[in-house]
Write a protein that binds this ligand. Sequence first.
Ligand code: CA
Length: 228
Amino acid sequence: MSSRILLVEDEPGLIMTLSDLLSEAGHEVETARDGEAGLAKASEGRFDLIVLDVMLPKMTGFEVCRRLRESGADFAILMLTARSALGDRVGGLQIGADDYLTKPFEPPELLARVQALLRRVGKENRLGITAFRFADVVVDFERAELLKNGQPVSLAGKEFQLLRYLIDNRRRVVTREELLTNVWEYSGDVASRTLDVHIAWLRQKLEANPQSPRHIHTVRGTGYRFSP
Ligand code: CA
C-alpha cells in the first residue's frame, strides 16, 4: 500500500538515492532540504512517516522532531543519526522518534526500517509511538517504563494502559464510556469509580500538583482530556 513519506535531508546524493528507493517501493515522497522547511512541510502535510536527518541546516532534526511532537503530530519518525553515539539514539527516542538508523547505512536497510514502521503504524491503527515526552515525564511504551525528572515511577498495568490511551488520544475529550470500554473492556454499568481512582493515581504520580492538574484534565459530565 502506498504511503506518504517526507524525507528531510540535506545531502543531494542521499536525497536522490532515497527518493528513488522509496518511490520505487510505491510510496509518495516529498523532500525538504533543511530543518525549517522540513518542519513547515511536516506541519501542513498529511504524512504517514518522516525520515529525518539529525544534522540539518537551520534547525537540527532533534529540534524538528521535538516541535512536531509538542504540536501533537503523530506520524512515525525515523531519525538518521550521524554516529552511533548512544546519546543521539536515546535523545532521539526521548523526544519522540520511533526508530533511528545510523549513517552510513545501506539503502535497503532504510527501506526495511521504513516498511517495518509503516506496518506497525497500520497494524496498531494509530501512530504506534514507542515513546512520548511531556513536561518532565518520559513514557517508554515498549518497555512499559516511565521516568519523571529522570527517576523511574512505577505504574500498575491498568494505569499504564490508561495513560497510553489518553496519550494516543491527546488533545481530544475521551468519554468515560470510551475509557471503560477500551482500557477495561467493560461494557455496561460496571462501577466506573474504578476509572476515577486510576485517574487520581496517575495524577498523583505524574502531576506537579495533582489538585490542579496540568495534563490530565477533567471534562465535567463527559470524561477526560490529556494535554502534553
Ligand atoms: Ca545532514
